[in-house]
Design a protein around this ligand. Sequence first.
Ligand code: PR8
Length: 469
Amino acid sequence: MTEFSEWFHNILEEAEIIDIRYPVKGMHVWQPQGFKIRKYTLDILRKLLDETHEEVLFPLLIPEDELAKEAIHVKGFEEEVYWVTHGGLTELNKKLALRPTSETAMYPMFALWVRNHNDLPFRFYQVVNTFRYETKHTRPLIRVREITTFKEAHTVHATWEECEEQVQKAVQIYREFFDTLGIPYTITKRPQWDKFPGAEYTMAFDTILPDGKTLQIGTVHNLGQTFAKTFDITYETAEGEHEYVYQTCYGVSDRIIASIIGIHGDEKGLCLPPSVSPHQIVIVPIIFKKGALQVLEFCRNMADNLKDAGLRVHLDERDLRAGKKFYEYEMRGVPLRLEIGPRDIKNKNAVVFRRDKLEKEIINIESDTFIHNVNSILDDITENMKERAWGSFNAHIRSVETVHEAKKEIEENRGIVSFYWCGDEQCGKDLEEKVHVDILGIQENNISNFKCIYCGKTAEYKTLIAKTY
Ligand code: PR8
């Protein structure tokens, strides 16, 4: 693959995912193809969340005094907030922030809603756009200033234990979500200096993009009682006492789409998992002058049957060379292509092309099991894409025993490097500077009999580092 960032920009344009020419830095336009991928991806996530969460929708604007209430939180976001200062020509007497995230929009309302222990737990989520004035280099879908696909969940619990349990449940939901998409990940506990502003701790999912840099694709935060105390969110216990609640929040963003594109794509373009591909199957009629109508009729009938079976099918009847169509659908990442000509109809067999393997197979097109066989191939594509992605991901995680080795590995091979670390903040920061990396976080606790590779003290953690986005 040519340089990843160039490839990524080209494919976003060629496959009409998003248009980056919108004249505000870090803000882009979803085009129909991209929007569909986004929609199907969100459908998967919504389905997972709807089992235990309820969807809500809060306003975009947050009053300055609410945003400012939680000191650590506001400090974390102060350089990233966009402000609305005027209504028309009139200066507002209270500035309004465009939400960078919605804790301070939601929690004053939670304080009104939570009354009694019987009300708990609350599990809400919303899918909205949020705004962050990112000062680091912006990149489409990866680091944007308008995050258009911000899925944020917020939960409220009566006890610390339930809150901890919810962190695990959220991690499990995201696992299932990324597994469905075939996106590999590591899960680590972020170092204290890199946790979400206001959280007790942060668990993060990171994947590796083809250039070897890691991308944070999801986070789960245990907020403890920090926000409950700030926004006075209390409940009445069975004994009639008032206690502060415990909270979690977790989010994913447009980066999910960036990972689908980046991780599965290849030199030919997109390679989409069937679950999110706008078209799962494309039928390309192979037309000769003689018998053209018969072929078209057959293909229309086949498309109808596949649609009736719940599949997203496209029949391309355009008067174009088949080769040109093949090129286009390969670039757009359509998982399956059926090529149907007069001879195939006669023989009851046709060529089916798999985008993941770039291989052709023969499929019987008139048997009762045709639909079943198509579904099996689609499932196999999903499985194969997932396996391939994990294979490459695992090959990019290596463990090292010295700082020198860590540096060499990162410089030569990028990816993720794991080693033992003492957990001390200063030691961690020195190491980050020396190796020019970020500590992703802690993967394992309570390590024994190992020494920190940087300071030599007793190591407590298995830790991951990488060059990050
Ligand atoms: C929260 N509050 O906000 P988080 N462009 C694209 N994706 C981004 C960007 C950006 N500029 N900044 C962050 N993300 C919590 C949890 C409600 C929900 C992505 O958490 O600040 C990151 O992948 O960690 C991150 O995992 C996710 O948004 C949530 O952001």
